[in-house]
Design a protein around this ligand. Structure first.
Ligand code: PSU
Ligand code: MN
Length: 306
């Protein structure tokens, strides 16, 4: 289905209409987050994990300016290999109608497009949030507000480790977005299992997530449900490396004067190089795990829908 301004793949429309489980997947992770050719492999593997767990994957991105829910394999490859691909948050989406560019959609834009297409569950790696220095530079991700406004279940491994986690969690509280730990009391630390902060509630199962989601909808709350699912401990980045490398990344960012949308990709790429791909391996591991748990939640959601 296409309005000319947005396209939804037939498989996704049918699954949504039939009340079958669907999981949205974002594209910034493979357009800006992972190096080639691993980006394509990871994007395809995430879809397969979702299918194996009994749900329909809907990878979301922007193709030639058109927001597309349920990219084809060829479109995933096209976006992954495009040197001019841009990063689209919500405010860039309509601009695609005139710039006609390919774009990776952030968590904010993906959440919006997923919800608008009737998809209830979304798997990602790490959330955007409040950057260090935000008290003067005002650098807060649009992910925060988007998750207050789009009622989806988002499975992530916490906020990106380069962020001010304390401030990010405070902002989610102000925005009334609930955060639960999946079989953990710890708020996950993206590359590492624990961020040093706790969640306000722990859930034990996909069915628990489904129950909270249904309660939110019954109450007509507009907020998302954030499910914090930690990277498996045996696949995490050595926690003793993390603080040092994050500080180095920040120093490099300041020295090179990187600003705006480039900040997050720059910091993550710096950490990948500085850790000799160890952070990349953790990123891939946590993403796989999130795709699986998201699919289980999507299955539980539809099963409990009656
Ligand atoms: N993964 C990356 N780089 C990124 C992102 C993910 O390796 O840039 C995206 C995510 O999609 C997240 C966004 O939604 O970064 C947050 O970016 P910003 O801080 O500019 O809002
Ligand atoms: Mn920003």
């Amino acid at each position: 289905m296409s309005t000319g301004f947005i396209t939804v793949a037939p498989e996704v429309i049918e699954a949504v209409n039939d009340g079958r489980p669907v999981v949205a997947l974002e594209s910034t992770i493979f357009t800006h987050g992972l190096p080639r050719p691993r980006n394509i492999e990871v994007a395809e593997e995430a879809e397969q994990i979702v299918r194996d767990a009994g749900a329909v994957p809907a990878t979301i991105g922007v193709v030639g300016g058109v927001p597309t829910v349920g990219l084809t394999k060829d479109q995933v490859v096209e976006l992954s290999n495009d040197d001019d691909v841009i990063k689209s948050s919500i405010r860039e989406l309509a601009i695609g109608a005139v710039n006609r560019k390919n774009a990776g959609t952030t968590i904010a834009a993906t959440s919006f497009l997923a919800h608008r297409s009737g998809i209830k569950v979304f798997a990602t790696g790490g959330l955007g949030g409040v950057h260090h220095g935000a008290e003067t530079n005002f650098d807060e991700s649009a992910d925060l507000l988007a998750l207050a406004q789009n009622p989806i279940v988002l499975v992530s491994s916490g906020a990106k480790a380069v962020l001010n986690i304390h401030a990010t969690l405070e902002r989610f509280e102000s925005l009334s977005v609930p955060i639960v730990g999946y079989q953990t009391n710890a708020y996950p630390g993206f590359y590492v299992a624990e961020s040093g902060f706790t969640v306000s509630h722990r859930i034990e199962s996909a069915a628990d997530a489904a129950t909270i989601y249904h309660a939110q909808r019954q109450m007509e709350l507009a907020t998302a449900l954030l499910v914090g699912n930690p990277v498996p401990v045996d696949e995490q980045l050595d926690p003793s490396l993390l603080d040092g490398v994050v500080e180095q990344a920040w120093a490099a960012l300041e020295e090179q004067g990187v600003k705006g949308q480039q900040v997050t990709p720059f910091l993550l790429e710096f950490i990948r190089q500085a850790t000799g791909d160890a952070s990349l391996n953790a990123n891939v591991a946590l993403y796989r795990n999130n795709a699986r748990v998201a699919a289980e939640i999507a299955v539980a959601l539809e099963a409990s829908n009656g």
